[in-house]
Design a protein. Structure first.
Length: 148
């Protein structure tokens, strides 16, 4: 039986793959659960058209992400934090503060797409965070933590 997968299935294939499975597995599990559809001629035509349209949209989204990445790469963010006399921060600096600083500069980036060197930063200094704008576009943002 030939089917079109609607989502990733370990051991079978990933979303939008056209695969061959045993008849019982497809008819009794994959299709009723909504994990796949039967690959008829009309379904294959719709599938190929959807893939073509999705590729066009993805290319536009990727181009926009690359433009934002070139703008963000030039930024240098400065964050203030309350510190002790030895340079240790009371609390820590995390992705929320970096996302807010980027928002002040005009870039609305979700904090979940920002990766820090380590989970939290607890000392004054210069650091680099990686921002994921698209699944293929990542940019490094330099930021400095200074004592208030």
């Amino acid at each position: 039986m030939i089917i079109i997968l609607k989502q990733d299935m370990p051991g079978i294939g990933s979303k939008d793959d056209i695969v061959t499975v045993k008849n019982g597995y497809g008819r009794n599990f994959l299709i009723p659960k909504g994990f796949a559809i039967l690959a008829t001629e009309s379904a294959k035509k719709m599938h190929s058209e959807n893939l073509r349209q999705r590729a066009h949209k993805e290319s536009k989204i990727k181009e926009e992400a690359e433009q934002i990445a070139t703008q963000i790469a030039d930024l240098k963010i400065t964050l203030g934090a309350k510190t002790s006399s030895s340079g240790k921060i009371f609390g820590s600096v995390n992705t929320i503060q970096i996302a807010e600083a980027l928002k002040e500069k005009g870039f609305d980036i979700d904090r979940k797409n920002i990766n820090l060197p380590g989970d939290q930063i607890k000392e004054v200094g210069n650091y680099v965070a990686t921002v994921k704008l698209h699944k293929e576009v990542k940019v490094d943002v330099q930021f400095e933590i200074v004592a208030e």
